[in-house]
Design a binder for this molecule. Structure first.
Ligand code: TXE
Length: 475
């Protein structure tokens, strides 16, 4: 049984209080490692190390920091198979998906910020003959980065890369459900030449060590991705100390299909946006809104594509979907399918747990629900989508905007003016038109309403992880 360790001051160390949590492999339902359930004592060690490292790291030349992050990206790529295997065993996603998307995107995150920091510029204003103002963007100090279980290394790196690039030291906590890839990263940080104490990785429960990281007086900014309910707690805790906080939370994303779309492409991509990663991506389009005139045609094509999906062993290259992340999450997803039936829905495809060891659930398609019922309002975060029809563009926009969330929206149309018009009317932070999940890391990333606050990505993230100081000099 592998025992995961915390990574503090460049060393792998056991939790001081000796407490551990079982880590279950979703694909088999069996325990495959144990992780520290870290306590305040572990956090104090991490903070101490970060404080010692900060003067060195924050004053290191941008070029040198950049080289270390590029080296880290190289090492992730060199160790891609190990990372992908751990990611798949930890999360339940197909191994091919971890190899093709999650791990390469994690490496890209480090590479992107290694370059972004070298090209990062600040502002200056010259009032001729009177004054000069310039904006200094300095590292904040020690920042807390807390990440979820759905895209473990990808979202972990999405936070720590800009924080480190900007010259901060980091105390990071991956989800207790998917600790393995963050565990592997520590060694590579050393190999990349990152000074000890710059990156510290603590494992354990959110309500325990997660909460402690947010509360600690020495963490000056918190970057969090997870559920909206937890985000509320994190935001409330951080605000007590006026900490900067970025919250990437849940979503209930509309996928709007207009009659003038490329039906084949819309149907095929909608299967991906519905079920990739077992539907456990906050950007999945779980509410498919279809223009009435093509509802039956789209439904037929979509279901035809859904029937091709194979749910199976994450290690099997033929599996399109693997296992859900935990028994608890599987039961939550199933409870929503039961709710949908109570609310008058009809199951067109799937709708039940697959009886085999591990946490497998059929890709599920439901129609006939009221647009505003609980199933259509609440985030399920699993392989469950609903189909609803609309008569007009205005109605589509109203339905799209009718949830508490505003993370992303996908829309399918060949009318360019409509694409702009509807995008501007939908209250979502990210809009994809005739595509899904293609990303340019320079763009601001984040949601509106209860999908979070703040924007990560590109220079937005570098600005978030810095203190802006304006210096005014009289000429
Ligand atoms: O999130 P949690 P989980 C949504 C989705 C999912 C739900 C729960 O609805 O079902 O969130 O997912 C740590 N102080 N998304 O369980 O519980 C926790 O240990 C500090 C959308 O992953 O919010 C973990 O590391 N930290 C999201 C992290 O927070 C705390 C992606 C997330 O845990 C804490 C994932 C506390 N009080 C889930 N409590 C997206 N937008 O991508 C928990 N944590």
């Amino acid at each position: 049984m592998q025992k995961v360790k915390n990574f503090i001051n460049g060393n792998y160390v056991d939790p001081i209080k000796g407490k551990y949590i079982d880590n279950v492999e979703p694909g088999t339902g069996k325990v495959f490692s144990q992780i520290p359930n870290s306590t305040q004592e572990d956090l104090e060690e991490a903070i101490k190390a970060a404080k010692i490292a900060f003067p060195v790291w924050s004053t290191m030349s941008v070029d040198k920091r950049s080289r270390i992050l590029h080296k880290l990206a190289d090492l992730i790529e060199t160790n891609l198979d190990d990372f992908a295997l751990m990611e798949s065993r930890d999360n339940g996603k197909p191994l091919w998906l971890a190899k093709a998307v999650d791990i390469p995107r994690a490496s890209t995150n480090f590479r992107f910020y290694a370059s972004a920091i070298v090209n990062f510029s600040t502002e200056a204003q010259v009032s001729e003959g009177f004054m000069v103002n310039y904006t200094r963007r300095a590292p904040i100090g020690i920042v807390g980065c807390i990440s979820p279980w759905n895209l473990p290394l990808y979202l972990f790196s999405w936070k720590i890369a800009p924080a480190l690039a900007m010259g901060n030291c980091v105390v990071a906590k991956p989800s207790e459900l998917t600790p393995m890839t963050a565990f592997l990263l520590g060694r590579l940080a050393n190999e990349a030449g990152m000074p000890p104490g710059v990156l510290n990785i603590l494992h354990g429960e959110g309500k325990g060590i997660g909460q402690a990281i947010v509360e600690h007086k020495s963490t000056k900014a918190i970057s969090f991705t997870g559920g909206t309910a937890t985000g509320k707690i994190v935001g409330a805790t951080a605000s007590q100390q006026f900490k900067k906080v970025s919250l990437e939370l849940g979503g209930k994303n509309p996928n709007i299909i207009f009659a003038d779309c490329d039906l084949d492409e819309a149907a095929k991509t909608s299967v991906k946006s519905s079920f990739t990663n077992q539907g456990e991506i906050c950007l999945c389009g779980s509410r498919i809104l279809i223009e009435d005139s093509i509802y039956e045609k789209f439904k037929t094509k979509f279901l035809e594509e859904c029937r091709k999906l194979i749910v199976g062993d994450p290690m099997d290259t033929n599996s399109n979907l693997g296992a859900l992340v935990s028994e608890e999450h599987l039961n939550k997803v199933d409870s929503y399918v039961r709710l949908a039936l109570e609310e008058g829905g009809t199951i067109l495809h799937g709708g039940k747990r697959i009886e085999k060891e591990g946490y497998y659930y059929e890709p599920t398609v439901i129609e006939g629900l009221d647009e505003h019922c609980r199933t259509n309002m609440e985030e399920i975060f699993g392989p469950v989508v609903t189909l609803n029809r609309f008569q007009s563009e205005e109605e589509a926009i109203d339905i799209a905007n009718s949830t508490r969330y505003g993370l992303s929206c996908t829309l399918w149309t060949s009318d360019l003016k409509r694409a702009h018009r509807v995008s501007h009317a939908v209250q979502s932070g990210i809009i994809w038109v005739n595509c899904w999940l293609i990303r340019d890391l320079r763009t601001p990333f984040g949601g509106m309403k209860d999908s979070g606050i703040g924007r990560e990505g590109g220079n937005e993230a570098l600005r978030f992880f810095s203190e802006a100081q304006n210096v005014c000099i009289k000429l």
